[in-house]
Design a protein around this ligand. Sequence first.
Ligand SMILES: *Cc1c(COP(=O)(O)O)cnc(C)c1O
Length: 359
Amino acid sequence: MKKDHVRLFIPGPVEVAPEVLEAMTQPMIGHRSKEYSDLQRSATEKMRKLMYTDKMIVFATSSGTGLLETAIRNTTKKKAIVFSVGAFGNRWYNIAKKNGIPADKHEVEWGEAITPEMIDKYLSTGDYDVIALTHNETSTGVMNPVEELAEVINKYPDVVWIMDAVSSLSGAKIEVDKLGVDFCLTSSQKALAMPPGLSIASVSDKALDRAREVENRGFYFDLLRLEKYIKERDHQYPTTPTIPHMYGIDKQLDRILEEGIENRFKRHAQMAEYVRDWAKEHFDLFADERYLSDTVTCVKNTRGIDVPKLNKELRKRKMVIANGYGNLKNDTFRIAHMGETTMEDIKNLLENIEDILNF
Ligand SMILES: *Cc1c(COP(=O)(O)O)cnc(C)c1O
């Protein structure tokens, strides 16, 4: 670790374990070799455990937004309904629009979550064949109650469920197959604690069958082309994959399974609880308390502190937090508690914040 390294408590990128960074610097292998297939297959098997799925796993050379585009573009034949609880839900809707995909958006007030009633209202019209949902909204610190929502969504078997789990996967339990999520995607640089540049998704047969009926699937992110290289070429990628990330994720998944998946979720929940209690004591929480995220806490800046100034002081102490997202820039600040971060790191961070603010 570099001596002047500033520890990241922002919701991505986050700290990466030295062993993972080291694994990523191995010599390259050909991406059409058996060795590469073995690597991707190995990472696939481990990823399935983490996602509680036996479905196809895509590793894509892009950040998570690439797979947001893949998901909505490849599965929408009729019309998508995008449920937005903040900035990333809105992004998904914009992606649909920029691709010329028919889509409607239902946006709730920031800080609120999606309810089963809202979903039922839209899906019962029969107008939609895709539902897009953000699992964990990084801009507001809301985690949608997907178990409850799944019950309604599964009343509509012809609707494909695509889910953005970019900032929560591996930091909170998402039982993909039990829930019935057809396309569950994430990025490397959030709770998975890898460098940015890799995105990952599980894809159900229902999503693939839908893609077979969709004409304009794009080229780089054509789901059927991705499927072809996974199935016919035994776990390869249509174009040159980011081989360093594949070494890295294989190693990181070993570390995650070694920690124990449940232990990992518990660690995240404990850190979240600690940060929330602290936030309630000194400030307030931005999000509805029934739907708080286990990976990032959005703190309402009730004291009107100067967040950039706080961060400047924190930086001198080799740590940094995130300001609010977009319109919330000055009204909130965000503390990520995901990936490699431990309770000890969190306690240390909060003590330093208290010290700087003279609490
Ligand atoms: C960070 C984030 C994204 C965007 O991911 P990139 O990897 O930066 O493309 C999408 N959705 C959510 C919920 C995020 O937190």
